[in-house]
Design a protein around this ligand. Structure first.
Ligand code: DON
Length: 481
């Protein structure tokens, strides 16, 4: 989460990323033949990191909030207790995960009726156990989740299912306030998430590389612009795999990766033709420093803005509801590199910097971002979408800054993505045939895939807020109170 206030001009990041349990170890997801067991890393009690969301949101509320914990939780308690009306998106989501959710009795009990059929569109979805969990947090405070009855439920569930999370892991979990990553793009200030997310580092890096080209002149979503963006992304994702990990554990050369000079160096290797990912290695990012999936964007009349991305990784996370506690466990452990060179669920590869270690935070792509113009909050933005979060967010920034699109047009515009490997430009529907042909002539492989990201943005201009929800997700909306 990023928080900024116009008056103080200070931007802070709250890191509430999950952590590996103390008993986690490097090869925990390898089978006896040393292959990654994807079912174990994605859909088991071991796939869950020590949860951070409750601590993070409570820290934000305590330090910067204006209402009580009880008032903040009341609407959620009501929705859990009395139910919400099931939408087509929710119905389809549960249907698509039916097999996995039914593997776990507590999940089956909540998501399906007694006869095993799913709740239908228009019916109420009621979650009594979750309501009770939220009531306990409301009554005893956020630490209840980490030390009280809820923690006991989590640990019981772990013990019964080969899970690793212990009472000590929960007790010692803390959210922390960090400095966000800062860069500039054509006279705008860009603030975004610092490690353990790779989001901010690579949004700034890709924009820095793009700054060496006349993107405005090349035109929005033209073959030339897509080519430059793809080549910049390819180089950034190669660095991501090599250098990025939890900065409490590994030295991340953040200054080097986000420096203008390094971006200039990288931009010199971009020619008019597509490069080949097998020939692109992580760059020589200078300046190692000493140690050191839902998005919402909010602005208020006091000059505060908040940009927040949070996730349990996949939709429905690991698919495991904690028995009696009524909430789903994340499967963020799959965001670690289970084995060097082997892809995670988003096709991302990594190595040493992002190997599993006890108490370490797994690398993320989450990129809550605040763009400032002349010291004032200008854009509040961010997106879900796994590896596509970084590229989705930076395209909306470029659409506004380079192409002068209004915020809704910037969000709606078809998007592209490159992540080094697989060596291809992914595009959404909506690019012209001749653009694709021109890219193929340069040597790119272009593949059309499903919609990418769901970016939720606010543009602040002349004292007015312009909210833009992403039409790619039917449950997105822009609201003013
Ligand atoms: O932290 C990350 O990068 C991923 N766990 C985010 C997952 C995500 O965005 C899924 N949403 N569509």
């Amino acid at each position: 989460m990023l928080i900024s206030n116009d008056k103080t001009n200070k931007v802070l990041a709250i890191d509430y990323r999950e952590k590996a349990p103390a008993a986690a170890y490097k090869d925990m997801f390898l089978d006896k033949n040393k292959n990654v067991d994807k079912s174990l890393s994605r859909f088991s009690h071991q796939s869950a990191g020590v949860p951070g969301t409750v601590a993070g949101l409570a820290l934000a509320l305590e330090k910067f909030g204006t209402i009580s914990l009880q008032a903040a939780l009341a609407p959620a308690i009501k929705l859990a207790e009395n139910g919400f009306v099931i939408t087509p998106r929710f119905f389809n989501g549960v249907k698509s995960k039916e097999k996995n959710l039914k593997r776990f009795p507590a999940s089956a009990k909540i998501f399906f009726k007694k006869d095993g059929s799913p709740y239908k569109v228009g019916e109420l979805f009621i979650q009594k156990d979750l309501a009770n969990t939220l009531k306990r947090i409301s009554k005893y405070g956020a630490r209840e989740f980490y030390t009280g009855q809820t923690a006991k439920y989590i640990v019981e569930d772990m013990k019964a299912n080969n899970g690793l999370i212990t009472m000590d892991d929960l007790k010692s979990y803390k959210a922390s306030i960090r400095e966000p990553v800062h860069g500039t793009y054509r006279s705008y200030d860009i603030y975004s998430m610092s490690p353990p997310s790779s989001g901010g580092a690579h949004i700034v890096q890709i924009l820095n590389i793009m700054e060496n080209f006349d993107i405005k002149e090349s035109g929005h979503n033209s073959a030339q612009t897509i080519h430059i963006m793809a080549e910049s992304m390819r180089r950034a994702y190669a660095d991501r795999a090599e250098y990025l990990g939890d900065s409490d554990f590994v030295k991340v050369p953040l200054k080097g990766i986000t420096s203008k000079a390094y971006a200039k160096e990288l931009s010199k290797s971009i020619t008019n033709k597509a490069s080949v990912s097998t020939e692109i290695k992580a760059g020589n990012a200078p300046g190692y420093e000493s140690n050191e999936t839902t998005h919402f964007s909010i602005a208020d009349k006091f000059g505060n803005v908040v940009s927040n991305t949070y996730t349990i990784n996949f939709s429905y996370g690991s698919g495991i509801i904690v028995n009696k506690a009524g909430f789903l466990l994340n499967n963020e452990m799959d965001d670690f590199s289970a084995k060097p060179g082997v892809e995670n669920a988003y096709g991302l590869i990594g190595g040493e910097a992002n190997k599993i270690e006890p108490n370490k935070r797994m690398l993320s792509s989450m990129s809550p971002t605040i763009v400032k113009k002349d010291g004032k909050n200008f854009l509040v933005t961010g997106s879900p979408g796994g590896s596509r979060i970084i590229t989705t967010t930076l395209q909306v920034i470029s659409n506004v800054i380079d192409h002068n699109l209004n915020i809704q047009a910037a969000v709606n515009a078809p998007r592209m993505h490159h992540q080094w490997f697989p060596d291809e430009i992914r595009i959404e529907e909506g690019f012209s045939k001749d653009t694709i042909k021109l890219l193929e002539d340069k040597g790119h492989k272009v593949v059309q895939k499903q919609a990418m990201g769901a970016i939720q943005s606010i543009m602040i201009k002349d004292g007015k807020f312009y909210g833009a929800a992403d039409p790619r997700r039917s449950t997105s909306s822009a609201l003013g109170y």
